[in-house]
Design a protein around this ligand. Structure first.
Ligand code: HEC
Length: 144
């Protein structure tokens, strides 16, 4: 009985490991949506750990360490800014930091993401998402 349980546990562990590996590598057989989902999850995790301290939970540039920065990070919910920058600009600054785009070195580079373009894309989408949230809010205001 105990042995049976142990064998099942072992099998489960091996299977879970295989799944995790497949997902991380992006199995060629995986539907693209599944791979994108993984990248989005990873981007959320990275945002919480690396970006939120400066950019804030809602991208407003009001994270706990933001006040020590000069210039301060901008408000990602700002429409005009969203419209003024390209996706390439956002992705470039995420990977190369402020200096890669002629901005402040206060925005640090993330060189480990250079080989993970799908995560960079997902982070860019997250940054864009803050702008969309604002648009939705404006629409709601118009409806009221
Ligand atoms: C140590 C603080 C800090 C961290 C951590 C940080 N940023 Fe920044 N970020 C800044 C500052 C400061 C600027 C403004 C630079 C400027 O205007 O010269 C900036 C600018 C940006 C911009 C461009 C805004 C523009 O004006 O074009 C984007 C996009 C961005 N950050 C995304 C991110 C993402 C995504 C992460 C996490 C992977 C991150 N940042 C982590 C401080 C930080």
């Amino acid at each position: 009985m105990a042995l049976h349980t142990a064998v099942r546990l072992l099998l489960l562990t091996v299977l879970a490991g295989a799944c995790a590996r497949g997902a991380a590598a992006g199995n060629p057989g995986d539907p693209p949506a599944a791979a994108a989902g993984k990248a989005t999850e990873e981007a959320e995790r990275i945002y919480m750990l690396r970006c939120l301290p400066c950019h804030g939970p809602k991208g407003r540039g009001d994270g706990p360490t933001a006040r020590t920065l000069a210039p301060r990070p901008r408000d990602f919910q700002d429409h005009e800014w969203q419209e003024s920058v390209t996706d390439t600009h956002i992705e470039k600054i995420i990977v190369g930091g402020g200096i890669a785009v002629g901005k402040s070195a206060g925005m640090p580079p993330n060189p480990d993401l250079r080989t993970r373009p799908e995560v960079v894309t997902a982070l860019r989408r997250k940054v864009r998402g803050f702008g969309k949230a604002e648009k939705e809010k404006e629409k709601e205001k118009e409806r009221d």
